[in-house]
Design a protein around this ligand. Structure first.
Ligand SMILES: NC(=O)c1ccc[n+]([C@@H]2O[C@H](COP(=O)([O-])OP(=O)(O)OC[C@H]3O[C@@H](n4cnc5c(N)ncnc54)[C@H](O)[C@@H]3O)[C@@H](O)[C@H]2O)c1
Ligand SMILES: [Zn+2]
Ligand SMILES: [Zn+2]
Length: 366
């Protein structure tokens, strides 16, 4: 066992605190990782606000990169010294999804068996089974994905959640590719990553939609061919118009990614989609929200598919090393997502900054 500093949410709504925690030595199938970077994601704030569940205290942080310090019995895929990005989809190989050959939907992902605790022994709930706003963290070995050690931790660690969710929503779930048009509604970290994913896949046009002009600027930098400020312009009409300029007879985009998580923006996505196109909901709604009223004949008559995307339907072992290679080749600008590097003591302030909409990601660097 060792003691390290970490960011903990003690109770609902209370500001997070930097405290000392106990990290057990790795048991069978586990690894202790020395954390080098961890991005501040909206989900950490959801945990702190009690929006996920009531299992306080939470050890926050889950978009991380670091170096494996020690591994437990039976661990063969990673070894001490390996540079890894942490993931929250350590596929089990046993559940129905895994057995069906669709491990990207694994329902029983692995987490560490032992618990990290406060100094007094109170068990901590690590965010998404990771808990990486800490100098060191204990995870299941399968949560460690080895990537190119030359990569910048603050940038590639973001693949651990939001950036992978957005990229994968466009490419894996939506099937963005050459010859297909893509529209993205909501251009925060997740939406801009979807724009970058569409660009990587060779899609055109790539239409970025937001109500904040600063976000649209960023989306342009990452590959949007067009931007629409939906606070002043009807986004459905705008998408139809732009797509018709590219493809004769087009009546909307082939893929529309909703990265806000609200009924009204999902409805925009539904109607901005061309016949037989795909809507991808990656934004997370709150439990009180319902599907907007839409004539069932429109659902039938427009064909295509209405999908949701968790974690960009990624397989970390397949997708992380590939995306890190593209980053190293200069084809995927992960650095553009890192707005500021901060210390462990600045996570609470970063939650504030997030609200002002000035950052894509604040990243804790250790
Ligand atoms: N599905 C997943 O696996 C997964 C993973 C991570 C995050 N998420 C979710 O994705 C969503 C986006 O996350 P983020 O980190 O980018 O958040 P964010 O707050 O940084 O971005 C949201 C963006 O939506 C814009 N927006 C708000 N209302 C809008 C409207 N009416 N029309 C158009 N744009 C609007 C905002 O200006 C902002 O740019 C969140 O709901 C988050 O919980 C999902
Ligand atoms: Zn499984
Ligand atoms: Zn996240």
């Amino acid at each position: 066992m060792q003691q390290v500093k970490a960011v903990v949410a003690m109770s609902k709504g209370a500001p997070v605190e930097v405290v000392t925690i106990n990290v057990p030595d790795p048991g069978p199938g586990e690894a202790v990782v020395q954390v080098q970077s961890c991005g501040v994601c909206h989900t950490d704030l959801h945990y702190r606000e009690g929006g996920i569940n009531d299992e306080f205290p939470f050890l926050l942080g889950h978009e991380a990169a670091g170096v494996v310090e020690a591994v437990g019995e039976g661990v063969t895929d990673v070894a001490p010294g390996d540079f890894v990005v942490l993931n929250w989809r350590a596929v089990c190989g046993q559940c129905r999804a895994c057995k069906r050959g669709e491990a990207q939907y694994c329902f029983a992902t692995h987490n560490a068996t032992q618990k990290m605790t406060l100094e007094d022994g109170t068990e901590l709930s690590p965010a998404l089974g990771i808990g990486a706003f800490a100098e060191k963290t204990l995870v299941a070995a399968g949560q460690c994905t080895k990537v190119d050690p030359e990569a910048r931790p603050a940038a590639v660690g973001l693949l651990g959640c939001g950036v992978m969710a957005g990229l994968g929503a466009a490419i894996n779930t939506g099937g963005a590719t050459r010859g297909r048009s893509v529209a993205v509604i909501g251009c925060g970290g997740v939406g801009v990553a979807a724009v970058a994913g569409a660009a990587l896949a060779g899609s055109s046009p790539i239409i970025a939609i937001d109500i904040d002009a600063k976000k649209l600027e960023k989306a342009k930098e990452l590959g949007a061919t067009h931007t629409v400020d939906s606070s002043t312009t009807d986004p459905v009409e705008a998408v139809k118009e732009i797509c018709a300029q590219y493809y004769d007879g087009a009546d909307g985009a082939d893929v529309v990614v909703e990265a806000v998580g609200r009924p009204e923006t999902w409805k925009q996505a539904f109607y901005a989609r061309d016949l037989a196109g795909t809507v991808v909901l990656v934004g997370v709604p709150t439990p009180d929200m319902t599907i907007p009223e839409i004539p069932l004949i429109d659902v039938f008559g427009r064909g295509g598919s209405l999908k949701s995307s968790w974690y960009g339907d990624c397989l970390p072992s397949r997708d992380f090393p590939m995306l890190v290679d593209l980053y190293r080749q200069g084809r995927l600008d992960l650095d553009a997502f890192v707005t500021e590097e901060i210390g462990l003591d600045a996570v609470e302030a970063a939650f504030e900054t997030m609200h002002h909409g000035d950052v894509l990601r604040s990243v804790v660097v250790l």
